[in-house]
Design a binder for this molecule. Sequence first.
Ligand code: SF4
Length: 307
Amino acid sequence: MADLVNEFSWSNSKYSAYEYCARAFWNKHYGSWGGWDSRGSKEAQQLYLLKNLKNRRTWPGTVLHDEARLVLQDIMHGREIDADKAIERAKLRMRQQFAFSVAGAYRASPKKTLGLVEHELKEVVAKKEWTEVAQKVERAIRNLFDCDAFSRALSAGCAAWRGIESKAEFMLDGIRIWIEPDFAFSNIDGYVEVVDWKTGKPNEDDARQIVGYAAFAEKVWKESPWDIQARLVYLSGEEPIEVEVPISSAAIRQWETDTRGKIDEIAKLLVGADIGRNLARKQDFPMTEHISKCAGCEYRVVCGRQA
Ligand code: SF4
């Protein structure tokens, strides 16, 4: 098998990590490289393990996305499913994942077995907080079944569904752009509707991310921007909130311009600013000066920022 190459590529989540803290970005995308191999350096192995962990704030999103995919697949295959059954299945999965995490099973296969930062870093978390995590997932799944996007997808019928959580790529100026739209379908009004399920609070970054999905639909699916609708569906509140992000040719061109700028920003920090070699030195990616960010970061022990 050919050696894996750490190719320079871009995704919204990659840039978010960089904006949060340049060192976190380096840890995740460069320092951890090769850490899946026991012959890799100890540092790479530790960073690889840490980068694959979830925590009590990100775990609900993972569970919700997994469950949304399973629900849509159930419907496609004609299996009976409702909110109660989906919640029961998600909670069972969470109980199993939690038990495996407590036992440290993720250490043997960090990518395949879910582990939680709280267990790895032996953080003391009140039982009430874990209960709230489960309640958030329950609310999100109920809202999934209640939201308008779900109704529209059912009205359109499975034959009109275009993709469920499928990782995809397209090129921008020779750089690979990775995206993973949660769901897309052709709705009964004749639009291609791209939907992203969210468990956090509405923010501008979500809008930027979904315009990137529209750029993919234009470039790869050859859809006209005027025929694309992009919707963010926030599921963790008392009721679902749907936010439509306007899509136009101008919005997609602006996204491309912004993305080129972000790629340049990171490329400048690489050795010789050489995207082709894609070598990054730790010292060129400084630790954040905002210490408060470190409290919830999985790298706080390796950075010496453990409170
Ligand atoms: S612990 Fe702080 S400095 Fe280190 S990677 Fe995380 S946010 Fe950055």
